[in-house]
Design a protein around this ligand. Structure first.
Ligand code: PDD
Length: 281
């Protein structure tokens, strides 16, 4: 089946899909999004992603949206595409209206969906671990809202690639470690896991919560707390978490080896645990 797109009710192959140039997502980044992964033909954490989409729209004062219609459109498009291992992308903009900073009145939101194959790299970076750099977190103060304004993330990711690494980790001027460019981050030191608490400065990742659940199930001590760059450098294990990322070990940061430079045992257990949840949900 072709990879499909949906634009406000019309379905077509992705390469044929277009949005009007006066879409506020295109002109102002005035849009929110979600990425849902499927595993063996089932959409994973569908309700959690839609709850976050709804929250993002409310935080940005989008007009009342029929979320149920978007949910139905996503399910229908996914079942039409018949792709077992797919990424369903959902983007909702404040609508199409002549360019003007103020909110347009009585303009419906514009909904765009795509369904495409997730292509796994071989050997999987999850087995080898990745190299990362740290970059200053120069994003805005509402990273909890999943908006399409991702330019700092794009620039940080490219800096990592230019440095021969896979990803970048946002760290504040003061040294607080936030998250990856499209993932949350955990460290392990002395048997205790740490991840940034939920504040407006990071995205409340769905995978992050699942990993915290697995930690509870395995009785691994895990704290949601601030930690700084020196703790990041001195950690025994570091890994990123996200919908497509899953649990991705980081084995080198800014040229310094993490732990013994190999994927650690705790990351492996959490990878397996997440896979178990993917298979069962
Ligand atoms: N990114 N932090 C940021 C900045 C993210 O963009 C993401 C997800 C996450 C992890 O959230 P979750 O576990 O709910 O996927 C954390 C998506 C996948 C993306 O931009 O493609």
């Amino acid at each position: 089946m072709p990879e499909l797109a949906y634009v406000n009710g019309s379905i077509m192959p992705i390469e044929d899909a277009v949005v009007p140039i006066e879409d506020r997502g295109y002109q102002f980044g005035d849009a929110v999004y979600e990425v849902i992964a499927s595993y063996k033909g089932k959409l994973f954490c569908f309700n959690e992603h839609f709850a976050r989409l709804d929250r993002s729209m409310k935080e940005l004062h989008f007009q009342e949206v029929q979320v149920d219609e978007i949910r139905k459109a996503a399910v229908d498009l996914f079942s039409m595409a018949k792709i077992e291992r797919a990424a369903v992308y959902i983007q909702v903009s404040r609508g199409v209206s002549p360019r003007n900073h103020s909110f347009p009145s009585n303009v419906p939101v514009q909904v765009v969906l795509t369904v495409r194959k997730i292509v796994e790299k071989k050997p999987s970076v999850r087995e080898t671990g990745i190299f990362a750099i740290t970059v200053e977190d120069f994003r805005w103060g509402r990273c909890d809202i999943k908006t399409v304004q991702l330019l700092p993330n794009v620039l940080a990711k490219q800096s990592a690639l230019d440095a021969g690494c896979y990803d970048a980790i946002f760290v504040t001027k003061e040294g607080i470690v936030r998250e990856g460019t499209s993932s949350n981050l955990f460290i392990l030191k002395g048997g205790v896991l740490k991840t940034h608490p939920i504040t407006p400065n990071i995205l409340s990742g769905i995978t992050r919560l699942l990993v915290l659940d697995i930690c509870r199930e395995k009785q691994y001590p895990a704290e949601e707390c601030f930690f700084d760059k020196s703790e990041l450098y001195e950690a025994d294990e570091v890994f990123l978490t996200g919908t497509i990322t899953e649990v991705l070990p980081v084995v080198k940061i800014d040229g310094r080896t993490v732990g013994n430079g190999k994927v650690g045992p705790v990351a492996r257990v959490l990878q397996e645990g997440l896979l178990g949840k993917l298979k069962s949900k």
